[in-house]
Every structure is written in C-alpha cells, then in structure tokens.
Write a protein that binds this ligand. Sequence first.
Ligand code: UDP
Length: 324
Amino acid sequence: MSRILVMGGAGYIGSHTVKHLLDNGYEVVVADNLIYGHREAVDPRASFIRADLLDAASLEQVFTQYPVEAVIHFAAFAYVGESVTAPEKYYFNNVVGTVNLLHAMLAHGVKKIVFSSTCATYGEPCYTPIDEKHPQNPINPYGRTKLMIEQIFADYERAYGLQHIALRYFNAAGAAADGTIGESHSPETHLIPLVLQAIRGEREQINVFGTDYDTPDGTCIRDYIHVEDLALAHRLAVEKIGAYNGCINLGTGVGTSVKEIIRAVQAVSGKTCPVHYAARRAGDPAQLFADNKLAKEILGWQPGYTDIQDIIRTAWNWEQNRRY
Ligand code: UDP
C-alpha cells in the first residue's frame, strides 16, 4: 500500500484524515510545524516529522527521508479576521509556503497533491446551493490565498504535469466517533465548539452574530459537514487523482441556521445555552451551502452524517473528554 505525506497532519481536519488513511491500510507520514497543530492529535501509527513550509531545508529533509506517492496539504493559517489585519502572514505561509512545497515535491518526482481549499474562495454568493462553477470573488485575504493556490495548481499542471484536487470545504464540524481526536483551536472562533463551551460554563455566553439576515429565522445559514466525512473524501481524492484534476465542493448540501445549531446543542446536551444576540460580524454572508453533486459523481463520496444532532453529539463527547 502506498505512503502518503500529510502536511499539517496535526491540525483538526488533518489529524482525522491521518487516522482514516491508517484505518484503510495506508502508510502515513505527518509533517507539521506545530504552531497550531497538536502533537497529541497525531495517530501513533503515523511517522512524525517537524517541518515548516517556509523552511525549504526542512521540506527537503521530509522528502529525502520519506519517499511518498502523494501529498495531502492542510498546512495553512485559517483565521479570516487575522488575514485582514496581518495579510503578509497569510501570503507568506499559505501561498509562498505552498510554492515551496510544490518545489520540493517536484524535485523528488512527487506529482500528486490533494489540497484543503474552502468555500471562502466563492465570496458573497450569487446563488445557492453553490456549485463549483459559481464565480470566485473571495472577500478576505484568507480566501484569496486559497484561490491563488488553486490557480497555481492549474499552471503547474500545464507546465509540470502536476495532478491536483482541491477540496472546497464548507463548515467542518464534529469529532472522531471513537472520541480519540477532535477540534481544538486557540483561540476558538467556530460556532459549534463555542456553543458547547458556553453550555459547559467555560464561556459566559454565545454571541449570535446578527438576527436580521434574510433567512427564515434571521440568523446565518451554513453547511456543517462532519470531519470524518471530510477525511473520507481526502482518501477518495487521493485514489481518483490524475483521472480528475480540479476543484470539488465538500458539504452536506443542507443549511443549518445559528439558532438551529444552538437548539440542536441544547437537545444533545440536555442543557441550556446562555445566548446574547449581537450585531452582525463583518463579512458573513447570509447563506452558504453546497451543491455536492460533483463529489458524489467524481469521488463516489456520500456524507455518512446527515443529521446535525449526530454531528454535534460527536463534538459534545469530545468537548467533555478532550485530551488537548
Ligand atoms: N457565529 C456566531 N457566533 C459566534 C461564532 C460564529 O453567531 O461566536 C456565526 C457566524 O456568524 C456564522 C456561523 O456562526 O454565521 C458559523 O461561523 P464560524 O465562525 O463557525 O464559521 P464560518 O462560517 O465563519 O467559516
């Protein structure tokens, strides 16, 4: 069975993908700079090497030590607000870092890459559900870095025969069903973990950003997709790469509002969440949810989790027993 390098495999989605690959017979090498990643999140069955995308020597070391078939690339900064105030950090780490990674890959004859892209590359939606043909006009530097990388892949395909699949995730959520790994960001900005922490009394309240959106209950609608379904799609993408080069949305196709998330968390936990209705957060579109037909067609992928309460149950289990 082939060996896969997972760049950023100590992060949230990366660590779940590492576990999934190992469970399906792959040999896995994790490289991570551990700035945001957690060493404890890396499955002990994987090899681990500390490396940074901006340190060409450390990348060279990874590829020299571990010949690999393909790379799955998660290593990126992903705080939208910070990308606005510190864009240089994002252009260096995400864009220059990926160019460095591609340089090392090609120097070692590795031509396959599966990449973490995002629905943030679409910007303000012109229509929903959002398919892959939707115009891409990202509204912040974070989204622009991801779009630039998708464009770089197309250029490298033409010039160097790079084989690439960029997976545009909607809102990743949940934790491993066996409770071993889960979401742990510092600072945490995502809705579901924040609501769970408010329920546990670790935060004073959840601030609901905007109640006057043009949606049925006035709060924003997002497409929450279970992290293990994302992990599965990465493995399928590795297996399909070359036969298909390009971008694929990953979402459930179903939208859930902020108020519905709070209600679902309350139902799962049996506890009440203190809620504060606050002003809109800048740059939040009213509704984002995916057209996921292409993922089904090309990858043969099907999300296993389709009920938001089931997704939240895994996150709640993790939040009560987290190891990191
Ligand atoms: N949100 C909220 N309060 C929070 C964090 C998020 O109301 O403390 C809302 C946010 O406005 C968005 C949704 O929850 O509509 C999901 O936000 P998150 O930051 O989790 O993901 P994003 O969609 O921004 O990638």
